[in-house]
Ligand binder design. Structure first.
Ligand SMILES: C[S@@+](CC[C@H](N)C(=O)[O-])C[C@H]1O[C@@H](n2cnc3c(N)ncnc32)[C@H](O)[C@@H]1O
Length: 232
């Protein structure tokens, strides 16, 4: 098997040893095959909503002789999976809104027994907010850069209750203050996005106050990145 790319390798690093994992939207099956091949997970489920990607996962599973360890399931999200068995839920390479939809449809994941590894391709801010408001604690994040795109990989545990995160946390989560090249790039990228939003809003006089909020956020992000860099 080829090495995982940085994005999937970061996701694999967050998976706890000796667990049973569900790789939702498995596509080619690289992540779940890696986890079983390396002995990180004891059993796995590979799901996809589309048959073609699932067939390509089945091919890899056969080639790697992992048919007894990984079950493939054609399904939407986590529907129909054996909830009592699964303690790692991996959802990578999907939009933040889709990830939220999948988790909302599977109430059983709201359990201290279930650990989440999520890698949103978009709307990471919305996902972080939703996680905090719905009882999850983000315990770690790792920023990665693949083909000039920056992504975050989120590790989260269910602790119950509901927290209201501030905007800064929603934009950068556990990456803020991280002494790491890609985390710093991610924070500065988010600052630029905030400046872009502000300059759009500044075209309209009545949005001036609203624009200032985004400028303030951008300044705070850049300041935090400067401070972290100075500590390097
Ligand atoms: C971009 S690929 C990501 C593949 C792999 N997880 C990765 O990160 O490299 C997204 C995959 O998710 C599948 N998918 C999209 N929505 C889904 C859903 N609701 N349930 C299961 N699979 C889904 C798609 O068919 C596709 O194979």
């Amino acid at each position: 098997m080829e090495k995982l790319d940085l994005r999937l390798a970061a996701a694999a690093d967050f998976v706890k040893e000796g667990t049973v994992a569900a790789d939702v939207g498995t596509d080619h099956g690289y992540l779940i095959c890696y986890l079983l091949n390396e002995g990180i997970c004891t059993r796995g489920f590979a799901t996809d909503i589309n048959i073609k990607p699932l067939e390509s996962a089945r091919k890899l599973i056969r080639e790697m002789d992992l048919e007894n360890e990984i079950e493939t399931v054609l399904t939407d999200g986590l529907k129909g999976l054996p909830e009592d068995e699964i303690d790692e839920v991996l959802i990578c390479g999907m939009g933040g809104e889709t990830i939220i939809g999948i988790l909302e449809d599977a109430k059983w994941v709201k359990s201290e027994k279930v650990h989440l590894v999520l890698q949103p391709m978009s709307r990471a801010d919305m996902l972080r907010r939703w996680l905090c408001e719905n009882g999850w604690s983000i315990d770690a994040e790792k920023a990665v850069e693949v083909e000039k795109h920056l992504y975050t990989v989120i590790s989260a545990d269910y602790i119950g209750g509901s927290e209201t995160p501030d905007d800064l946390y929603c934009l950068t989560g556990e990456l803020l203050g991280q002494n790491d090249e890609f985390a710093l790039k991610y924070v500065r990228w988010q600052a630029n996005i905030q400046r872009g939003i502000a300059s759009g809003l500044l075209r309209s006089e009545k949005e001036k106050e609203h624009a200032l909020v985004h400028i303030q956020l951008a300044d705070m992000l850049d300041e935090q990145a400067d401070e972290t860099e100075n500590d390097l």
